[in-house]
Design a protein around this ligand. Structure first.
Ligand code: CU
Length: 110
């Protein structure tokens, strides 16, 4: 009887550990991109499919986040301190339509 209880305890520890590591691998995370001094920081970001990216404008003037180069998705202009987020399902290139030299890229991990 003691052995059975021991086995059940051991099994539950193994199952719990396994499900935890699977969850850690698959649960979407949130990444932050700062908009600062006319730049997206980091300019290139690697994410997993389904992750959320949040852009925060740290500059004193407005910026936006727009799909390069056709604007099929975009934020509205973000004032200082404002943020905008997007769930990423594919590799994306984006830019600021207010300052077209500002560009960034989100790369999906395999
Ligand atoms: Cu801008």
């Amino acid at each position: 009887m003691k052995d059975i209880i021991k086995s059940i305890l051991l099994l539950s520890v193994v199952v719990f550990g396994f499900s935890n590591s699977v969850l850690a691998q698959n649960s979407p995370t949130t990444h932050t991109i700062l908009i600062k001094k006319m730049k997206f920081i980091p300019e290139e970001l690697h994410v997993n499919k389904g992750d959320t990216v949040i852009w925060i404008n740290k500059d004193f003037y407005p910026h936006d986040v727009s799909k390069y180069d056709n604007n099929t998705w975009n934020s509205s202009p973000l004032n200082k301190g404002e943020s905008w987020s997007k769930v990423v399902t594919e590799t994306e290139e984006y830019y600021c339509s207010l300052h077209v030299v500002m560009k960034g890229k989100i790369i999906l991990n395999n």
